[in-house]
Structure formats: structure tokens, C-alpha cells
Design a binder for this molecule. Structure first.
Ligand code: TNX
Length: 704
């Protein structure tokens, strides 16, 4: 009883907070739809029309690349507007509407210090983009394209002046191509989309227990035995590196060592801490196979291998992984135990540090800097290695205090299926870094979004990456102050459509998956259901059933988006209805009623479709549950309208229903459930929107 009372108090308190917050929240701000937001925008007067006369010209420095980059920009502008354009940059400044002035060549190999700044000035007659290097030009052209808008008679760009440069120098995306393979087309589309949101680093996670994905001519068994035939030829790697370079994106390869190496050991078991034989891993987790750091032959092997790879990857950094070494093979080998004793090593961390020191010598010999996951941080390693932090902002800050360069990945894991607003709220220079000196802060280079691939394949990877990654791209590029969540989502929807028009499949593929699930039937009811759901993260899926790398990914759980925009908008509507400044809003209540009725009726439309598709079997109970929830939501509305407290028996049933919707069904969640919960709670409390009444008549079981 006491606990119940406590919960009731918490519930009513959270309602009170919501009420106060809703009162204080500013109206949605409709800013310029650019993402990431530039460091400074000064609006001007009027707008520059975009029509057939639009031409761009290059002045100042131009290498062989720049004209083709500008031609690509013009092609995209043509795609976006449908207006036939002259696709070759003009040589005549007088004729050009957009003058692009590049001051110099920039670096031969793009580095972490690259100058990405640009200024863009647009008035009602023409526009001028000025940048120090081609990379600044790329960034500015993306901004220009995003600014192109349409009204009732033309396309245009608003007059303005932008001065822009990134807040962090390292703005990356990791794509794991080992757990599930991704063909080159997906990689290229991903690079296009990254460039659109000004990301500058592609982290290619090329080897893991489930696959070794690069052709090695020196050790061909690596790709022959370790990849199931799914690997990149060296020519393809070069193609991707050049493609990225043309978009101002560095490519850092990761070869995860000494753990996560089963796929190597299938081919070369002699590198391992135990004799083998080994087989490519087909499931997910942390596995025992591990390189044996005590073997001299391992380092000769790695020297040759790294020598071969550095010829493919010109970037100054080389990622050696280093995460999740469980040490089981090291503990069970008498020889390894003996080695540790002889060398005075206290534990496996020391042994891993020894391995990393040998590796560092090899990397240095090949002119590379080392980067690895948190676990490589060890007092015995010099300060010129960089740490990628997946353990948290605290460990990132600690590294910086010790003088190590670092980047944040913690909380940027897309496979956890968190909303964009969550990721957006995570800052590499957040509270944990507050005590760092300015000099120490300089060690925090930026962050990297991680797309681990246990639950993604070529068909659904883009819908997991975009548009959420654009929010993190903004966090890493824009001034720390851009924090309006409504504005973020407004621009996220816009950029999502932009990316679609640039070729990304993140909106089209999930739709296609639904079509396949429905067979030849109408998919609108299924789309309606899917839009009200949200995907669940790695943990939920792994607990739900045993997955393997060959398990088909053709179910609702694989196609549903990580976030539902319809649910987000519905939640705003519910908050307005219940907690608006003037008490309950009748018009919002009737809008809620309309939506709930529509969703409730969807179930009967979907049933006959589900009956004809085995792939949709599990959608049946989900749809029925959603219908029940909507029905209960509609009943809540009646109580609320009558300012009546719902009877105890109704409350009990409603709460039991809510408990069911808190848990994933068919490995997805009902995205609108938390908003319907609010309605039910208000009906259960019998509240007329008076703060003191809320305190007097609390609801039960609220979990916000
Ligand atoms: C941890 S973070 C991993 C990956 C997994 C990922 C799943 C890190 C360096 N390793 O191997 O894919 O979690 O979220």
C-alpha cells in the first residue's frame, strides 16, 4: 500500500511537472531548414529565384576534382527542382548566379586538421560561396542545396549570410560490415548522405568474428576462408576511398585485434592462443578466439598485413579495435601464463598493452597513428594514440586529462534504437568534461556514430542510420547552443526527405519490406500499423530469440523505424490537450478522438491481410493490442470530457492493458502507448486541469 502511495505521488508529481513544462515550452520554432545548423546565419531581404538561368562558376583555385564536384551539385539541384540546368560550371563570372571561390588546394591527404569553413552570401540576384579549400566548398554547396525551397510559384533560396565552421574536427560514422555484409552501393549511398550532413569520417569496421571483409593478396586465405565470399576487392576499396575523398570524408579502416578475430583465425589458426580449428561465428556476443600476443610470428604477420593495408588506406589513423578481449584463451594456455610471469605482467590488461606496444611500432613504421577502443588506454602506451570511447563520457574525459586524444561513441549507438533527441542531447564536451582545462578539452576531437550490424543488412541499414545520424552530425558540427527539440525534429523531417532525394534508401526500403510482407495485397493498413510502432534495440531482440547471421531479416521488427514521427506529434497533441495553458483543450480532445478512432478501426482492415501472409502472423496480436489501447484511450476521453473520474474496475483493466504495452510484442513497441497512458491516467485521476486538484487526486502506476 505504501509503495502504491509512493507511486501515486510520483505519478502526480510527473503530471504536475509536465503541466508546468507545457506552459513554459516555447512554440515550435520554424528555422531555416538546414542540418547541421551553421555557426551563424544572418537573414537578408528577399530571395534568389532558382530557374533555368541558374549557372555556377568556379573562381580562384580549381583542381581537376572541383569542376566535377560542382557538376554533381548541379545535377542534384536539377534532381531536386526538376528544372533542366546547365550541368557544367561556367567560366564566365558575369553569367553565373552562384560564384564559388576556392582559395587553395587544401591538404593532399585530408587530415583531422582540415579547414572545412566557408561563407555563403545570397541576395536576390546572386550568391557567393567562399572557402579556403575544396572541402569548405563541399560543405557550403550542401548548405546551399538544403536551402533551396519552393513556394507557390518557384524554387528559391532565401537571402542570407552564413559563416560556418565545425565545432568538432572528428565527426564520424562507423559501419560494421562484418556481422552483416554491405555492398559497395550501400557504402556509397551512406557516404553521399554523410556528406550532406557534413560528416567527415567513415570508420569502416572491416573485420570481426563473423567476417573478414578485405581482399589480402599477401594472405589471401583471410578473405577466402574468412568471408563467405563477401569481401571488398582492393580496387573497390580504392574506389570507396576516392569517392569519400571527393566528398571531404576520410576513411579509417578498423581491423579489430586481438579479440573479435575468429574470422582471421579460421584462415590462420597458428596466430591464435589455442590450436583451433576455427569456424566463422554465426551468432552475436563476445567470443574466446583471440590472437596470441606472445608469438613473434604474429608480429611478422601483422607487419606484412598492415604494410599491405596502408597502401589502400591513406588516412593518418589506423584503427586496431582492442575491445572486449575476454582473455579465456590467454588464461588457459600454460605458455602464455609463463610468458606473463617472465615479463612481470600482472594481468591480461598488461598483456594486451604489450600487444598494443608491438602493434604501435608496426604502425609507426608504416607512418600511421594508432586509434583503438577504450580498452587500449594503458599507462604504458604513449600519448600519441587516440581513444574511441564506448564506455562513457567519463572515460573520455579521463583520457583527455591524461593527455590522450579521444572521440566519443558512447550513447551514439544506433543499434540501441534510441530517439534522435536522446542522441542529440549527448555532447562530447558535456558535464563530465566540465572540469577539464581548455588545453585538455582540445584532446576531445569529436565523436562517432556507431552502426553495429548484428541486426542490419543491406535492406534495412539505411533506415537505422538515417535520419537519426543527422541529429548527431548537428551535435558535432553546430554551436553547443542549438538545442530546441521541436526545431530539431522539424529539420530532421526535412533532411530525411532531402537525403531521400539524394538517393538514400532509408524511407523507400522499409516501405518495400512492408509490400513484401503483404504479398499482393493493399498495404495501407499495414503501413498505418507500422507508422505507430517503433523498433527495439539489440538487447530486446537478443533476449527474444536466438539469432544467427543467416536468420532472415524480413519481419516487422526489421522494417519498423526506430522512431515514430506520428507518435511524437500525437504526444504533443495530448500534452496540449491535457496540460495547455487554458486547461483542457476541447478542440485538441476531438482531434485526439479522430486519430484514436482511425487507428482503432485499422485492426479490422488489417486482419484479412494478415490472414494471408505468414510473415505477418505476429502482427495480428500487435494490431489487436493497439486497437484495444486506442479503444481505452477513447474511453478515457469520455471521462475527461465529462470531468469524471473513471470507475475503479475500468482503471484496473486499463492499467493491466498498459502493463502489456510497456513490453515489446513481436520485438517491437507501440510508439503511441506512452501518450495513451497519459490520457488513461488523467481519466483515472478524474482531474479537471487544476494543479492543486492533480495533487489531491493522484493517479496510479504512472511511468513516464
Ligand atoms: C559492443 S563497443 C561492441 C560491438 C558490438 C556492439 C553492439 C565495441 C567496441 N564493441 O562489437 O557490435 O557492442 O552494440
Amino acid at each position: 500500500m505504501r509503495i502504491k502511495g509512493f507511486l501515486l505521488a510520483i505519478a502526480s508529481f510527473s503530471i504536475l511537472i509536465l503541466f508546468l513544462f507545457a506552459q513554459a515550452a516555447p512554440a515550435a520554432l520554424k528555422s531555416f531548414h538546414v542540418m547541421p545548423m551553421p555557426s551563424s546565419i544572418t537573414p537578408g531581404n528577399g530571395q534568389l529565384p532558382i530557374d533555368e538561368s541558374f549557372k555556377a562558376c568556379l573562381t580562384g583555385y580549381a583542381d581537376t576534382q572541383l569542376p566535377s564536384s560542382v557538376a554533381r551539385f548541379l545535377q542534384r539541384l536539377q534532381n531536386k527542382t526538376g528544372i533542366p540546368l546547365d550541368l557544367t560550371p561556367s567560366l564566365d563570372t558575369k553569367q553565373a548566379i552562384l560564384e564559388i571561390q576556392c582559395k587553395g588546394p587544401g591538404e593532399q591527404v585530408q587530415s583531422v586538421a582540415a579547414d572545412e569553413s566557408y561563407t555563403l552570401e545570397v541576395n536576390s540576384h546572386d550568391a557567393k560561396l567562399i572557402a579556403a579549400s575544396p572541402i569548405g566548398v563541399f560543405r557550403g554547396l550542401e548548405t546551399f542545396l538544403q536551402l533551396v525551397d519552393l513556394d507557390n510559384h518557384s524554387f528559391y533560396v532565401p537571402a542570407l549570410r552564413i559563416e560556418d565552421h565545425p565545432r568538432f574536427r572528428w565527426r564520424g560514422l562507423l559501419v560494421d560490415v562484418s556481422r552483416h555484409w554491405e555492398p559497395i552501393e550501400v557504402i556509397k549511398r551512406t557516404l553521399d548522405a554523410m556528406a550532406a550532413v557534413k560528416m567527415n569520417l567513415f570508420h569502416w569496421h572491416l573485420s570481426d568474428d563473423q567476417g573478414f571483409r578485405v581482399e589480402s593478396r599477401i594472405f589471401p586465405k583471410l578473405h577466402q576462408k574468412g568471408s563467405d565470399g563477401k569481401y571488398y576487392r582492393q580496387s573497390e576499396i580504392r574506389e570507396v576511398v576516392a569517392y569519400a575523398r571527393a566528398r571531404g570524408i576520410r576513411v579509417v579502416p578498423e581491423f579489430d585485434m586481438p579479440g573479435h578475430t575468429t574470422a582471421w583465425l579460421v584462415a590462420y589458426p597458428e596466430l591464435a592462443g589455442a590450436p583451433g580449428p576455427y569456424q566463422i561465428e554465426r551468432s552475436w556476443g563476445v567470443f574466446d578466439p583471440c590472437m596470441d600476443p606472445t608469438k613473434k610470428s604474429l608480429y611478422s604477420f601483422l607487419d606484412l598485413f598492415i604494410g599491405e593495408m596502408v597502401a589502400l588506406f591513406p588516412d593518418e589513423y589506423f584503427h586496431i579495435g582492442g575491445d572486449e578481449v575476454n582473455g579465456k584463451q590467454w588464461d588457459s594456455s600454460a605458455r602464455i601464463r609463463e610468458f606473463k610471469k617472465r615479463e612481470g605482467m600482472k594481468n591480461n590488461r598488461d598483456l594486451q598493452a604489450y600487444f598494443n606496444r608491438q602493434l604501435l611500432k608496426i604502425l609507426k613504421k608504416h607512418g600511421k597513428k594508432m586509434i583503438g577502443w577504450d580498452e587500449i588506454l594503458h599507462p604504458e602506451l604513449p600519448k600519441d594514440i587516440a581513444i574511441q570511447s564506448w564506455r562513457g563520457q567519463k572515460s573520455l574525459a579521463e583520457g583527455a586529462r591524461l593527455g590522450y586524444n579521444g572521440i566519443l561513441s558512447y550513447s551514439y549507438y544506433l543499434d540501441h534504437m534510441k530517439p534522435a533527441s536522446f542522441h542529440y542531447g549527448i555532447d562530447p564536451l558535456g558535464a563530465e568534461a566540465a572540469d577539464l582545462t581548455e588545453k585538455e578539452k582540445m584532446h576531445i576531437l569529436g565523436g562517432e556514430v556507431c552502426m553495429w550490424a548484428e541486426f542490419v543488412n543491406p535492406e534495412n541499414i539505411e533506415s537505422r542510420i538515417w535520419p537519426r545520424t543527422a541529429a548527431i552530425a548537428e551535435r558535432l558540427w553546430s554551436p553547443a547552443s542549438s538545442e530546441q527539440v521541436d526545431d530539431l525534429y522539424y529539420r530532421l523531417e526535412y533532411i530525411s526527405r532531402e537525403l531521400d532525394s539524394y538517393g538514400s534508401m532509408h524511407r523507400r526500403n522499409p516501405f518495400q519490406m512492408l509490400e513484401r510482407m503483404a504479398g499482393c495485397q493493399d498495404i495501407s493498413p499495414l503501413k498505418q500499423l507500422s507508422d505507430l510502432l517503433k523498433a527495439t534495440g539489440l538487447g530486446v531482440r537478443q533476449r527474444a530469440r536466438k539469432y544467427y547471421s543467416y536468420t532472415p531479416m524480413n519481419r516487422l521488427a526489421d522494417s519498423v523505424m526506430p522512431e515514430s514521427e506520428i507518435a511524437r506529434q500525437f504526444d504533443i497533441l495530448v500534452d496540449n490537450a491535457l496540460y495547455g495553458t487554458n486547461g483542457i483543450s476541447e478542440s485538441s480532445l476531438s482531434e485526439i478522438q479522430k486519430r484514436l478512432s482511425l487507428w482503432n478501426e485499422n485492426d479490422s482492415k488489417l486482419k484479412p491481410i494478415i490472414e494471408k501472409s505468414y510473415l505477418l502472423g505476429e502482427a495480428g496480436s500487435l494490431s489487436a493490442l493497439l486497437a484495444d489501447l486506442c479503444k481505452t484511450g477513447l474511453e478515457s476521453l469520455e471521462y475527461i470530457k465529462l470531468r469524471q473520474k473513471a470507475p475503479e474496475s475500468w482503471q484496473k483493466e486499463a492499467l493491466a492493458l498498459l502493463d502489456r504495452t510497456d513490453k515489446p510484442q513481436a520485438e517491437v513497441l507501440i510508439a503511441v502507448a506512452p501518450s495513451i497512458r497519459k490520457l488513461i491516467e488523467v481519466a483515472a485521476a478524474g482531474m479537471v486541469m487544476h494543479v492543486d486538484r492533480i495533487m489531491l487526486e493522484p493517479t496510479s502506476g504512472s511511468k513516464r
